[in-house]
Design a protein around this ligand. Structure first.
Ligand SMILES: [Zn+2]
Length: 414
């Protein structure tokens, strides 16, 4: 590709404009739940339309608006820029030091709900896409911008909806999720979500624990036994072994929690909700536990499910699943990974590290179709989903430049 074009496009990225867009996005509260994206999607749609880009709109449920806009040539390589418009709720406003929806840059930080996750990154991909509209004819393939409404609630009406219908699946995907400027995320753990139900024998509470059988006490024993799942160790393939080891160190650095790295090569388990019994003076007949297990690379969610079911059956209980997804990753040698690495190096002068994340995201939908997918975006990890969410303003601009560089390299012109 001509170095001229690359330099020209990168030179046209104006930091204040990228940040102005990020502030505008933060000022539209797109909390999910409730998850109505009409306003923010309308804003982005108008902006793209005003520069002559036609935008397809998909709304599989009320307010769950997806936007898809493409430039360049169809039928060949297609790079997807994916970003979610929704943010988690701001929560208790009195716990914030600033208005979460004020959307401003102060002391070098972009402030507000979504600054890190992920309106900073979203502004970056939108702005980079807009800059490339002017050079559409120079692109050897297609660049498609996809803005989705519901990443924070599972993606069923967003990326999941689009990908399952073959809409904007692409040949490689960059999701602008928060990673930090020197990290490229290539994989994630699987999730196994379930409800376990155990039963007891009700009798008058005044006879407990000498008569009847308490479903709640049974559930307590069961939960303690289930904790043993965290001792299982997966068979990690050679292709990602070193990256997982590196990710363990990154997890400890980012969280400041010593030993937390083991979440990368072991399952985790959370008993998120429990409901048992009907009345204070009745021995509980039934207890339900909602369980969130995260499954590491090298273990299938079926293997984890089998382990759970074996224990639950000892207690005569039942398991029903809400979700069961496997861990997934993009080959470290994939072209999109190589291109992302070289752009971080060239543009930011940093040596990027690859890592595998412990939570899950929309990347799983693309990887499930065999499409190489990475996350890269500005991040202040400690405040993601927390109070006082912020991100370094300069990182938002840096990320935008890297996005443009990646698109130009991937869709290299002759
Ligand atoms: Zn996110």
């Amino acid at each position: 590709m001509s170095a001229d074009l690359r330099d020209r496009v990168l030179g046209e990225i104006v930091g204040e404009e990228v940040l102005k867009l990020a502030c505008r996005l933060i000022r539209i509260p797109s909390e999910n739940p409730p998850g109505d994206m009409s306003e923010i999607a309308g804003f982005i749609e108008d902006r793209l339309s005003s520069i002559g880009v036609s935008v397809e709109r998909y709304e599989p449920a009320k307010g769950r608006v997806n936007l898809v806009a493409g430039i360049g040539k169809s039928g060949g390589r297609e790079l997807i820029f994916n970003g979610h418009m929704d943010v988690v709720p701001a929560g208790d406003r009195s716990r914030w030091d600033f208005d979460p929806f004020l959307g401003e840059v102060r002391n070098g930080y972009l402030l507000g709900r979504g600054a890190s996750d992920m309106k900073g990154g979203l502004a970056g991909i939108i702005y980079a896409f807009e800059k490339l509209v002017e050079y559409e004819k120079e692109l050897e393939g297609r660049l498609t911008l996809v803005c989705v409404p519901d990443e924070e609630t599972g993606g069923e009406y967003g990326t999941g909806y689009l990908v399952s219908r073959g809409i904007a699946v692409g040949s490689s995907v960059l999701i602008a999720e928060p990673t930090g400027m020197d990290l490229i995320d290539i994989g994630q753990k699987g999730a196994l979500w379930m409800r376990i139900t155990v039963y007891g024998k009700p009798i008058h509470g005044s006879l407990s624990p000498y008569a009847g059988e308490s479903a709640v006490l049974k559930a307590a024993d069961l939960m303690k036994e289930l904790l043993s799942i965290t001792e299982l160790k997966p068979e990690i393939g050679e292709d990602v072994k070193a990256i997982i080891e590196g990710s363990k160190r990154i997890a400890e650095e980012l969280s400041g929690i010593k030993g937390i790295g083991r979440i990368l090569d072991h399952p985790t388990i959370n008993f998120g909700m429990i409901r048992g019994g009907t009345k204070i003076n009745i021995v509980p007949e039934k207890c339900e536990i909602d369980v969130d297990i995260r499954v590491p690379v090298g273990m299938t969610s079926d293997e984890a499910a089998e382990y759970v079911e074996k224990i639950v059956s000892k207690y005569g209980g039942e398991v029903s699943y809400f979700a069961r997804g496997n861990a997934n990753y993009t080959q470290p040698s994939s072209e999109i990974v190589e291109i992302a690495k070289s752009n971080v190096k060239r543009i930011l002068g940093m040596e990027p590290k690859l890592f595998v994340q412990w939570a899950s995201s929309d990347a799983r939908f693309y990887r499930g179709k065999g499409v190489p997918t990475i996350h890269y975006g500005p991040a202040e990890v400690k405040v993601i989903h927390g109070y006082n969410e912020r991100v370094r303003a300069e990182d938002v601009v840096k990320a935008c430049k890297v996005y443009a560089g990646i698109a130009l390299d991937y869709l290299r012109s002759a």
